[in-house]
Design a protein around this ligand. Structure first.
Ligand SMILES: C[S@@+](CC[C@H](N)C(=O)[O-])C[C@H]1O[C@@H](n2cnc3c(N)ncnc32)[C@H](O)[C@@H]1O
Length: 263
């Protein structure tokens, strides 16, 4: 079952000058291309990449308010996929020269350029393919982009991709990118009762944390002042329906989080 595709106001503003019809056409083309490349993520087949979820995160709004916006901030979008949130950060005031975005999949990044048709822009230079598990991440960003310790790292829907031991490496690496007291900000799907490790699959290796196991993961790997807030997955994605393809079960929550790097 495919969901009816609509383009909300925020999404429209990511595609300057494009009609809704054109945006949907491009999105469907990108989805078909992804399927050809055997990419089977639910967020691609369901066209969720057409929505930015940044503004659903109460801690993002709080951050903008508390720290005077994004203009002078340095940031990374980690596991950026097609770069929808990356482009939203720019619309929200982040300067291109203060931004990097990366994903382990080069394919996602290139599909993002097909979607937004901005491969000739300055922004294109800010994307790269790399894993958050690479221990040279901070050095790479410093050397290639001259971008020193960052104010915040956006990690939307990525940390559930790893089992417990890899998640520790990911969180420590993210901490290594940040200045003292810098922020990690993001969300993951969570379970209410107890953490669940799904069996390893080709592209569906998932560990569902609970609010408290997520807090523990952050606390034990370089962060403090951790705040979490959960909503149901249906509230986050109103058209969500569990499918074999998405591999996502019903009765999941979405947990937003923010934390400071410990000094
Ligand atoms: C569910 S998608 C979320 C994408 C995007 N952040 C969003 O919120 O729409 C998970 C993303 O994490 C990326 N990812 C998985 N493992 C990664 C790794 N080791 N390093 C960097 N990105 C990774 C995937 O390629 C995918 O784009």
């Amino acid at each position: 079952m495919s969901r009816p595709v609509t383009v909300d106001k925020r999404t429209k503003s990511l595609f300057a000058g494009c009609s809704e019809e054109e945006i949907i056409k491009r999105a469907q083309r990108v989805r078909d291309e992804a399927i050809k490349r055997d990419i089977r993520y639910g967020c691609i087949s369901q066209l969720y990449f057409l929505e930015t979820h940044l503004h659903k995160n109460p801690f993002y709004k709080e951050y903008l308010h508390q720290y005077g916006g994004l203009y002078d901030k340095k940031a990374a979008d980690i596991g950026c996929c097609l770069g929808t949130d990356t482009r939203q950060l720019l619309l929200d005031g982040l300067e291109c020269r203060n931004l990097v975005a990366f994903d382990v999949s080069e394919s996602f990044i290139s599909l993002g350029f097909q979607l937004f048709e901005d491969s000739d822009s300055q922004l294109a230079l800010r994307f790269f393919a790399k894993s958050v598990l690479d221990t040279d991440l901070a050095a790479f960003i410093e050397e290639k982009y001259g971008l020193g310790p960052l104010d915040f790292a956006l990690v939307n829907s990525v940390l559930h991709s790893f089992d417990e031991s890899l998640a520790k490496i990911a969180v420590r690496n993210i901490a290594s990118l940040l200045k003292s007291k810098g922020h990690i900000l993001g969300y993951i799907p969570t379970k209410v009762d107890s953490p669940v490790q799904l069996p390893a699959g080709s592209d569906a290796y998932r560990f569902y944390h609970t609010e408290s196991s997520l807090q523990k993961l952050l606390e034990e790997n370089g962060f403090e002042s951790i705040k979490v807030h959960s909503i149901s997955i249906q509230e986050m994605f109103p058209s969500f329906h569990p499918t074999e393809e998405t591999g996502m079960e019903d009765r999941l929550n979405i947990t937003f989080f923010i934390a400071n790097k410990r000094k």
